[in-house]
Design a protein around this ligand. Sequence first.
Ligand SMILES: [Zn+2]
Length: 300
Amino acid sequence: MGAWKWYFGNVLEGEAPECRHDKCKMIFTSGGKYYKYWRCGKCGKKHSVFKNTSLENSKIPLRKFLMIVLYYYIGISAAHICELLGISENTIHYWTSVIRVRCTSIWNKNQAVIGGPGRIVEIDEAVWRRRKYGRGKKKRQIWIFGAVERKPEGGAGKNFVMIVPNMKAETLVPTMRDKILPGTRIMSDEWKAYARLKDYGYAHDTVCHKREFKNKITHACTNTVEGLWMNLRKFFPRTGCREKYLGDYLSMWLVRRNLQIQFEELIKEIVFDLTEKENELDESESEESDSTESELESDI
Ligand SMILES: [Zn+2]
């Protein structure tokens, strides 16, 4: 245990807490080979390295916390992590939600524009449907817009997906102008909202999916972005996810696919960068007990 705290203190050193008594910043102090803590230079009061972090009031051992972050981020399911680490469902649901929320702030800080002259970006729309069983039979649907830059050698490069309120041109065109550089050659299906992309400095080729999967003249094709949807579909838990968590799920998927985030960076974000959103998370909430299922569909 000592070594983990040493790691935490040294590698993840946060901002010095203030001594309430002397109103001065505490000093990071070594109390032996494997032990570090915060100490007030005046009165000698001590604080744990977890002071002012999201672990401050948590009962989870540091080693298990670090394992949760690592396992979840690399794609091990919440249920499997419970078994591996012997932790409760509430604990895993709480921390996996925190990880996803933090991925949203990482993504908001780091996402980059895609495309540019000489580049091909495939765009497409998908719908996330929430299935309800029983009498209601209401199907709420949420639109997701996605874009992926093709690598020169083929395959998926930089990309983004986002929840959009609707699939109208007045929604999608400003989104695209914001995130896709002018001069990009855009390939899409024949959705009418994309009809005037040429007016905004893009080259635009379409493929009619009713007829063909690749345009015989322009060779336009949206296979790369279809692959993206398939990958995203696999990323969601089998039981689906709650609507309010959808955006954070997308963020985590985007961070994993687009950013080379180091483990320490991720931990720092989770431990130190407390966003307001986290306070809304309810530790007793278990999302997998929800009786609804959701599904991502791209064939529309
Ligand atoms: Zn003091």
